[in-house]
Design a protein around this ligand. Structure first.
Ligand code: GDD
Ligand code: MG
Length: 362
C-alpha cells in the first residue's frame, strides 16, 4: 500500500477559456485528461491509493474517476468547499489517508507532466529520514516558480515562492511540484484554514529545523499552466518525448482517437491530437495542436500550435496560430487570426472578420 495526494483544486485561470467548464487537470492532453497521465505514472510507481484534493468544479472529478477502479487505483475525493490553498488542501486531504505517521506520502501538483522516477524519489526519502523530499529542476528563468537553494548534501536552505526582485533570484533550482512528506509532517499543518505550502509550510518547517531535501532531476518536465505549455505537453506526449502508460495509442506524428474523422487529404503533424467525434476536412493542415472532441477544422484551414475547444469550428481557409478557441466558438471562413488570440466559449466570428496584415510565421 502506497498513498498519494493529487492537488487539483486550482481554477486554471491562465488557461481560460478552456477552463471555464473543465478544470485544468481534466483537460484532454494527448487524448486523455492531463491528470490521467499522472495517475497512470503514479500507479506504475506502486501507488495504490490517491486522495484527490478538489475544489473548483469538484463534481467533475467524481464523474471522471469515481472510485478509481477503472485505473486500478483506489481514488478518494476530498472536496474543499472554499479553496484552502496548497498547504490547506494537503492537510484536508490527509484526513483520508490510512497510513501511519512514519510512512511516506507522495504529493503532486495536478498540472505537471514529467518523466521523474517517482519510486526512486520515495525510496530516497525513506533512506534519508527527511521530513520532506522535494523534486527540483533547473530552469533558465525561475521567476514563475518556487526557488529552492540547497547545500552540497541536498539540504534545502530556503524556499522563495515567485521571487519579485533580482536579488531574490539566488538559484536556478526550482520546485517541480512533487513532494514526499513523512505523514506526521503533514499533520503539523494547521487544519481548517487557508495555507500555502510554498509560502508558509516550507518556510515554517525550515525555521523549525526540519530536514527538507531537494533532489534535482534532469528528465522531462513541464508545467502545463499556460496555453503554449499545454499544447507543447500534448504534442510531446503524442511524439513520445515523454512516456505515459495512459497514451491512447502509439507515439508518432499525430494521434487520432476513435470516432474522429480525418480526411486522407488533410495533413496532421508535429504531435497533433484529434479527439473523439472531431472532423478534419480535406486540405486542412493541423500542426502541433489539440483538437478537442466534436470540433471541426474545415477545408484549407491552417491550425498551428493551438487548442480548438469542444465542438468549436475553424472555417474554410482560416488561419489560427498559437490560439485558444473556446468550446463551441466558431471562426467563420477566410479569417486570419492574429497569433495568441483567445476566443471565448460560444463566440461567433463572421467570415473575413479578421485579416491580420502581418504575415504569420509558422
Ligand atoms: N485542492 C486545492 N486547493 N488545490 C489547489 C489550490 C487549492 O486551494 N490552489 C492550487 N491548487 C492546485 C492546482 O490545481 C495545481 O495543481 C497546484 O495546486 C499548483 O497550483 P498552480 O496554480 O499550478 O501553481 P503554480 O504553477 O503557479 O506554482 C506551483 O507549481 C510550480 C511548479 O510548476 C508552486 O508549487 C511552485 O512553487 C512550483 O515551482
Ligand atoms: Mg502550475
Amino acid at each position: 500500500m502506497s498513498e498519494a495526494i493529487l492537488l487539483v483544486g486550482g481554477k486554471g485561470t491562465r488557461l481560460r477559456p478552456l477552463t471555464t467548464h473543465t478544470p485544468k487537470p481534466l483537460l484532454r492532453v494527448a487524448g486523455v485528461p492531463l491528470m490521467t497521465h499522472q495517475l497512470a505514472r503514479a500507479a506504475a510507481a506502486g501507488v495504490t491509493r490517491v486522495v484527490l484534493a478538489t475544489s473548483y468544479l469538484a463534481d467533475l472529478f467524481r464523474e471522471e474517476y469515481g472510485d478509481g477502479s477503472a485505473l486500478g487505483l483506489e481514488v478518494v475525493h476530498a472536496a474543499e468547499e472554499e479553496p484552502l490553498g496548497t498547504g490547506g488542501a494537503i492537510r484536508n486531504a490527509a484526513e483520508h489517508l490510512t497510513c501511519g505517521p512514519d510512512e511516506p506520502v507522495l504529493v503532486f501538483n495536478g498540472d505537471i507532466l514529467s518523466g521523474l522516477d517517482i519510486a526512486g524519489l520515495r525510496a530516497g526519502h525513506q533512506a534519508s529520514g527527511a521530513d520532506v523530499t522535494l523534486h527540483l529542476i533547473r530552469v533558465p528563468d525561475p521567476r514563475a516558480f518556487g526557488l529552492v537553494p540547497t547545500d552540497a548534501d541536498g539540504r534545502v536552505l530556503a524556499f522563495l515562492e515567485k521571487p519579485q526582485t533580482p536579488e531574490e533570484i539566488v538559484t536556478d533550482q526550482v520546485n517541480a511540484g512533487c513532494y514526499v512528506f513523512t505523514r506526521r509532517t503533514i499533520d503539523t499543518i494547521m487544519p481548517g484554514r487557508v495555507v500555502s505550502v510554498e509560502r508558509e509550510t516550507f518556510p515554517d518547517l525550515l525555521g523549525a529545523g526540519a530536514l527538507l531535501r531537494g533532489v534535482i532531476d534532469t528528465s522531462y518536465w513541464l508545467d502545463l499552466g499556460t496555453p503554449a505549455a499545454f499544447v507543447k505537453g500534448s504534442a510531446d506526449l503524442v511524439r513520445g518525448l515523454v512516456d505515459s502508460p495512459a497514451l491512447p495509442g502509439e507515439p508518432g506524428r499525430a494521434l487520432v482517437l476513435p470516432g474522429a474523422v480525418v480526411d486522407p487529404q488533410a495533413v496532421l503533424s508535429a504531435g497533433t491530437v484529434v479527439c473523439e467525434d472531431a472532423v478534419v476536412e480535406a486540405g486542412a493542415v493541423v500542426e502541433g495542436s489539440v483538437v478537442l472532441s466534436g470540433a471541426r477544422i474545415a477545408t484549407g484551414a491552417l491550425v498551428h500550435r493551438s487548442v480548438v475547444g469542444r465542438e468549436a469550428c475553424i472555417g474554410r481557409g482560416s488561419t489560427v496560430v498559437e490560439a485558444v478557441v473556446g468550446d463551441r466558438a466558431e471562426v467563420g471562413p477566410d479569417n486570419q487570426l492574429p497569433p495568441s488570440l483567445r476566443l471565448d466559449c460560444g463566440v461567433r466570428l463572421p467570415a473575413q472578420a479578421v485579416r491580420t496584415s502581418a504575415p504569420v510565421a509558422v
